[in-house]
Design a protein around this ligand. Sequence first.
Ligand code: KG4
Ligand code: ZN
Length: 393
Amino acid sequence: METQGRPGVPGGLILGIESSCDETAAAVVRAGGDVLANVVASQIALHAKYGGVVPELASREHLRNIVPVVRAAMAEAGVGFDELDAIAVTEGPGLAGALLVGITYAKALAMALGKPLIAVNHLEGHIHAVLMEARQKEQAMEMPLLALVVSGGHTHLYVAEENTGTWQYRNVGRTVDDAAGEAFDKVAKLLGLGYPGGPWMDALAKEGNPRAVEFRFQQIKARHGEVENDSSYAQHFSFSGIKTAVLRYIQTHGMGAGVEARRRALGDALKANPAMRAAEALREMPEVFDQQTLDLIASFQFAVVGNLMRQTFAAAEALGARGIVVSGGVSANSELRRRFAEEAERRGLRVEFPTMAMSTDNAAMIAAAAWGKFCAGEFAAEGLVATPGLKLG
Ligand code: KG4
Ligand code: ZN
């Protein structure tokens, strides 16, 4: 371990650690914006054969990966441990056992190095992934902004504002049941596709007719969306209904046998090549992707993206947002990006997405979100615990 600060490496160096779900990640970020290293060890292949994240296995993998991932990030950044100014770690939300690995490791490292520890909310991290990249382009976002965090575990809307370096968030929307990414994953599973389902659905939707099947969200909006006054504004989401509607469609249209054939054929192909993507499967085994299925996928995605878009832009308008930030795994969706960008342009509003590497879980976003707290001296107490249900705002 190096004990001397090296000339030429200015301060503000934060080591970020993220282990809330199925990625073990470490990053070194200078002054909340200059990413010196961003290393992610993904467990997707491990969990894929179970069709979802298995918490016990995730914890064990984090434990196996945490030291090499941190070492790799430090080596890539070319800095020594003693040059760090702080350690930042995800406090929650996430899987308890998974969070514990990162937090315990970060605490021990901070204590051994005599550096402050900063606790970061994972959702705040997703928002800062985009804010950091906007600053890197020298196009900082104007306040107030509306943030849509949309992933496998979350569908949240926040009004975010910065006041002399300190960020404040107000939750103005959440899912009342499934998260949007969860709906993508569950519908993909119903159709016999690979895991995680989002990227499969995204690629296959391009081959289908989005108007083939009409899915409605109106009732959900009327039931859960309440606009009383600005401070009680809420624009909630619900995605379990559309999942049930897809299941019913499969049953009533006699698609069950096709789904089973696809599940078997794809299962074998994925066993032989776990890294296989939808585009490759479509090319190599077109016979398992019938047009009716592709149309159903396109219609599902069209409806989900449309719902996310309507609710988000309605909230932005009602709350006077100057810009919109979309982040989390589902923000990688190509139709979502295209339609949000088109709608934003139509309304003369700015919308920003993370680059693909920053849209899924990583630790650079944790180190970036920690920067304001570092400057404000907001450090974690020694008794910091993992908070699986941690709320933001
Ligand atoms: O943010 P993330 O990596 O992890 C969570 O915190 O959940 O998000 C993962 C989620 C999964 O549900 C995955 O299916 C979804 O993001 N996802 C997508 C796409 N890429 C990932 N959903 C739709 N379209 C995509 N291209
Ligand atoms: Zn996430």
